[in-house]
Design a binder for this molecule. Structure first.
Ligand code: FAD
Length: 146
């Protein structure tokens, strides 16, 4: 067993809303906690961007299960790499809707790590996706403390 990080992106089905995100987060918290998985999930501009951290076999299996979910389509595996430690160790899964965060802050972060202000992970490297997610997590934490 060794610690890995998996990053993927996908596109939400047109009718995905708050109710779905809440349901996904509740289910993820329960399952991931049991599986020793931690991570972070962003939703914005119709895109899901998710990080899963944990045992390689278990996160691969989880990714395959997620990729079959009818609430999204076109999953793309961006990274599967061994890591020294977890970045999101306190969260079995934190789902953040980017439209809940300060719009200017989010748009400038997207622009910082990609070519435009619209989130399009297929135009970003795995490192840019990771740095973007880390920055969103900081923005999210600031927003929830304020
Ligand atoms: P159940 O909840 O009993 O579900 C049984 C089946 O019904 C599954 O095939 C499931 O996909 C489907 N289903 C359940 N609810 C709905 C619904 N509202 N609409 C359509 N189909 C539905 N799960 C995790 O465990 N960890 C994660 O980190 C995680 N991240 C996700 C990220 C995204 C972007 C999405 C879309 C889903 C994510 N899920 C995650 C949910 C995952 O796809 C499965 O739905 C869930 O893991 C199945 O849990 P279960 O085995 O307990 O089955």
């Amino acid at each position: 067993m060794s610690l890995y990080r998996l990053i993927y992106s996908s596109y939400g089905k047109p009718n995905v809303g708050y109710h779905d995100l809440k349901e996904i987060m509740e289910k993820s918290e329960k399952n991931n906690n049991f599986d020793g998985i931690t991570g972070f999930l962003c939703y914005g501009d119709s895109v899901f961007l998710q990080i899963l951290e944990g045992d390689r076999k278990i996160i691969s299996k989880t990714y395959h299960r997620i990729s079959l979910d009818p609430r999204h389509h076109s999953p793309e595996l961006i990274e599967l790499t061994p890591v020294e430690s977890r970045l999101f160790g306190v969260w079995s899964m934190r789902a953040v809707n980017l439209s809940d965060l300060h719009s200017k802050g989010v748009r400038s972060l997207i622009l910082k790590y990609s070519l435009s202000t619209v989130l399009r992970p297929e135009t970003m490297t795995s490192e840019q996706c990771l740095n973007f997610m880390k920055a969103v997590a900081v923005l999210y934490e600031k927003a929830t403390v304020a």
